[in-house]
Each structure stands twice: as C-alpha cells, then as structure tokens.
Design a protein around this ligand. Structure first.
Ligand SMILES: [Zn+2]
Length: 176
C-alpha cells in the first residue's frame, strides 16, 4: 500500500513533489491517448489505498457532458470500493478542476487534489472561483496546483491549436 505522504521534517516536501510529478505525468499520458480520440486532453489518476484508477475525458466518446476525467475516476473508485465516500483518496488531474468536478471531489470527501495546468477560463480551485474554500464547503480538501504546469498547459494548447488549424482528424494530432 502506498503510504500517504505528508510533508514533515522526516518526509520532506521533495519526496511529495516527486510522487506528484510522477502521477501528473501518468495523467498526461492518459490525456494524450484521449486526444487521439478527439477528446480535449484531460487525464486523471485516483489513488486510494491499494487502488489506482486511471481515467481520461470521454465527453465526446460517450457522449456525456459529465464524463470529465475526475468524475469518471470518482465513479469507478466508488463502484470498486462499494462506497461513495472516498476518504483518503488523492486525485491527480492534468488541469484545474471545473466547478462540476470540484463539487464532486468535495462530495466524495477526497483528501487531496493535485493538478497540472491552471485554467484561467474555468478553474474552480482559485482561478475563476475557489469552490474548495467557498462558503458551501463542508469538507476540506488539500489542493496542490501547478505540478508540471508548463508541460500540462502545453498539452492543452497544442490540442486547441491543432483543432483551430482544422485538424479534425484525430490521427493528425501529435504532441509536440
Ligand atoms: Zn470537470
């Protein structure tokens, strides 16, 4: 079982940082796969105890407006554990959660959310609004933002640039 790492003098911050970077990079791989299916590239890794759930945005494929990577990860974890309450879970996601996902992460009682790129247009962890510190919050979630930020932001920018250039064929999408 992967221990929950909290920065202390005995378990310094860089150990936590390395694990965060590793998981965000894995989430970026999942996002990249999704982009090849024409999805906006957002990937997520949810870890709770021994359970590791890997998901990506499936909004186009399902099609389902709620099929964001974080929502799919929460649903799968709850199904596998037989409990909606995901206390102790850490969710790694390539982009700052939107309001829907922020609400769901709070409702699931996850312990920690780590994200890559900030989302100036729709981020609900402080960029546009901060639902995690809002008046409606009944559960405190630890937030770490901007992990591998430039790479995570680049992945999204590359996708949208290709799409604007008319690369509607997903085969034409390439990461840098
Ligand atoms: Zn979302």
């Amino acid at each position: 079982m992967r221990p929950t790492i909290t920065p202390t003098p005995e378990a310094p911050l860089d150990q936590l940082d390395l694990e965060d970077e590793k998981q965000i990079r894995r989430a970026m791989e999942l996002a990249d796969e999704a982009a090849h299916h024409g999805e906006v590239p957002v990937g997520a890794v949810l870890i709770i105890g021994d359970l590791v759930i890997e998901t990506a945005n499936e909004r186009e494929r399902r099609p389902d407006p709620t099929a964001h990577a974080e929502i799919l990860a929460l649903r799968e974890a709850a199904r596998r554990l037989g409990s909606w309450r995901l206390s102790g879970a850490t969710v790694y996601v390539t982009k700052e959660p939107c309001p829907m996902c922020a609400g769901a992460l709070i409702a699931a009682r996850v312990a920690r959310v780590v994200f890559g790129a900030y989302d100036a247009k729709g981020g609900a962890a402080g960029s546009v609004i901060d639902l995690f510190n809002g008046a409606a919050v009944f559960h405190w979630v630890e937030i770490t933002g901007g992990v591998c930020e430039s790479e995570a932001a680049q992945q999204l920018q590359d996708f949208f640039r290709h799409r604007r250039q008319g690369a509607s064929n997903p085969e034409r999408y390439h990461r840098r």
